[in-house]
Design a protein around this ligand. Structure first.
Ligand SMILES: NC(=O)c1ccc[n+]([C@@H]2O[C@H](COP(=O)([O-])OP(=O)(O)OC[C@H]3O[C@@H](n4cnc5c(N)ncnc54)[C@H](OP(=O)(O)O)[C@@H]3O)[C@@H](O)[C@H]2O)c1
Length: 306
């Protein structure tokens, strides 16, 4: 396994994403965790809204059943997305952040959360209020570190100017969604990819030592499906299959290795609920793709280089 430091915590660079465990049988989730831990994974990604709160409940029960020592694994959860009859809205108010953490701790049946992320930018956010909420959570020992998700560089810069500490930015990134790297590869060209869809987050995080986490590492588009094995991506799958043979792993593990190879030292947040797939995906941490292989996978997505 490969690891990275977030504050004083040493987290695995493959994380188990728990968005899809809420309605899965408990023994399946327990096996998923067992396989992940066996491969060296110690970091788990949740959110208050996953499964309407059920993902946190199931995770809390599973780690207790398995007898895992709390200090041996890291729990990350998120807050800030709300729903009501009026629809969806974002809420980074101090009151909501504090309430949301209490709700997560109750569902997890835990004393503290290791990392709390603001899930998706709230345009009504007020940095000072967030800074106050984070300070209260830190002082009370309920949360050890903080971060954001789906934030641009400008948004992180704005919050940091108000005293908000940001250790993580979790962004969609995969061979099926390459916006994080597209812009840097196409600076000052007339190509669509030169548009800063990811808001310079890659460069900003590298400069400031903020850990990037890649969510949905195997999906293309907006949860359109898994690109691995999908006949709509023949060139990409041919390349994934060739490299899988070379490195003696699955094509999905190559897709993960592509993320881990980036010098930003990102974490990849996997979403499988299958213990077998989890085990095979973890092989990605043993693979170091060459530069030529990395770029050949990028080109196989249909992207071009100037
Ligand atoms: N911050 C954000 O805004 C945000 C947004 C979305 C997700 N996330 C985080 O990212 C995590 C991962 O997202 P995701 O679930 O979309 O990620 P993913 O790993 O790209 O997709 C996992 C899904 O693909 C399926 N799958 C099909 N073939 C697979 C294969 N060969 N290997 C692995 N999985 C395969 C899995 O099914 P099986 O379960 O049957 O294997 C599962 O339904 C989430 O759990 C969540 O923690 C964060």
């Amino acid at each position: 396994m490969k690891y990275c430091n977030i504050g004083e915590m040493n987290l695995s660079r493959i994380m188990v994403g728990c968005m899809r465990i809420g309605d899965k049988p408990l023994p399946q989730t327990e096996s998923l965790i067992v396989e992940a831990v066996r491969a060296g994974v110690n970091a788990f990604d949740l959110a208050d809204i996953y499964g309407g709160g059920d993902s946190e409940k199931v995770f809390g029960v599973a780690v207790k059943d398995l007898g895992l020592t709390r200090e041996d694994y890291f729990v990350q959860t998120k807050c800030g997305i709300r729903r009501s009859d009026a629809g969806k809205w974002y809420d980074f108010s101090k009151e909501h952040i504090l309430n949301s953490v209490d709700g997560s701790l109750q569902r997890l049946k835990m004393e503290y959360i290791d990392i709390l992320l603001l899930h998706r930018p709230d345009t009504l956010m007020e940095g000072e209020e967030i800074a106050e909420a984070f300070a209260r959570l830190k002082e009370s020992g309920k949360v050890r570190a903080f971060g954001v998700s789906n934030f641009s560089a400008a948004q992180m810069r704005m919050l940091r100017s108000c005293g908000v500490k940001i250790a993580v930015d979790q962004m969609q990134f995969s061979l099926g969604h390459t916006a994080l790297v597209d812009v840097g590869l196409n600076v000052n060209t007339g190509k669509d990819e030169a548009t800063t869809r990811a808001g310079d987050a890659l460069e900003y995080c590298r400069e400031k030592g903020i850990t990037l986490q890649a969510w949905s590492p195997l999906q293309w588009g907006w949860f359109e499906g898994v690109f691995v094995g999908d006949e709509r991506f023949p060139a990409l799958n041919e390349k994934l299959n060739t490299l899988a043979e070379k490195y003696d792993c699955t094509p999905a593990a190559i897709a993960l290795a592509w993320i881990l190879r980036h010098p930003a030292k990102m974490q990849a947040v996997t979403g499988t609920t299958s213990p077998e797939r989890m085990q095979s995906l973890c092989k990605a941490a043993d693979i170091d793709l060459t530069r030529e292989e990395w770029y050949s996978l990028y080109l196989a997505t249909g992207k071009t280089l100037p």
